[in-house]
Design a protein around this ligand. Structure first.
Ligand code: MF3
Ligand code: CO
Length: 249
């Protein structure tokens, strides 16, 4: 069942989302060669707690940390560690926050210092694909119109979209219906309506879309070792189109 939210509920949800956006935004000034993903976690966790909110991922299905930090060929769900990031790495940071009954969820991929042009392009195309998907999140469209817009842009640029993880409805639970795949033909899946709230999250690999999960039970990596990027926003479908609740400006 897809749970529609009232304007009042969307307003409450946006308070959780603003905290996610602020924390991810602040990381742009923090992520540099030498920092560890554990330090990134501590920074983000403090920002969230200082704002009276709770990091949503810690303990979710026994996930052991407050954020996911996925480096280079890690796709999603990387666990923060004390290993320092190097110049030229890319790191995807995924943060979920719980406040006043509602969840917010977003992710960015940041360059560590100066990265090479293919890595820069992967990050740019993933961010653009998310924007194009969000643009399709309006009443009357269907879920796979979002999926298709994402896949089209990614593949037109020579990259591939991950199949085995998808976006999701979000609200009083971190994961609600519907699932929002990042691939597919347009015109399928549930009809989009005013009041739906979705976490749209393309995961894009430079090489093949195949992923596997490491022995830690969480970290998803590309099978071919290619780089991977991840962007995510929590979006509310309003009468006049999408409203990005985790907007970072
Ligand atoms: N953004 C991801 C999702 O919504 C992050 C979940 S990580 C977990 O699925 F640790 F909480 F599982
Ligand atoms: Co999500």
């Amino acid at each position: 069942m897809i749970i529609l939210k009232s304007p009042e509920e969307i307003k409450r949800m946006s308070r959780a989302c603003v905290i996610v956006a602020e924390a991810l935004r602040a990381l742009e000034g923090i992520v540099k060669p030498g920092i560890s993903t554990k330090e990134i976690e501590r920074f983000v966790e403090k920002m969230v707690l200082d704002r009276g909110a709770v990091p949503a991922f810690k303990g979710y299905r026994n996930y052991p940390a407050s954020v996911c930090t996925s480096v280079n060929d890690q796709v999603v769900h990387g666990i923060p560690s004390s290993v320092a990031l190097n110049e030229g790495d890319i790191v995807s940071i995924d943060l979920g926050v719980y406040l006043d009954g509602f969840y917010g969820d977003a992710a960015v991929t940041l360059p560590v210092g100066k990265v090479n042009p293919p890595a820069e392009k992967l990050i740019r195309v993933t961010k653009e694909a998310l924007a194009l998907g969000i643009e399709r999140a309006r009443p009357g469209n269907r879920v796979s119109d979002i999926s298709h817009a994402i896949q089209r842009h990614v593949e037109a640029n020579g990259f591939s979209v991950v199949r085995s993880f998808v976006g999701h409805g979000i609200g009083r639970s971190l994961h609600e219906e519907p699932q929002v795949p990042n691939f597919g033909e347009p015109g399928h899946g549930p009809r989009l309506r005013e009041g739906m709230t979705l976490a749209i999250e393309p995961m894009v690999n430079a090489g093949s879309y195949e992923v596997s999960v490491l022995d830690d039970g969480w970290t998803a990596v590309t099978v071919d070792g290619s780089l991977s990027a991840h962007y995510e926003h929590t979006v509310a479908i309003m009468g006049n189109g999408p409203r990005i609740l985790t907007k970072m400006e």
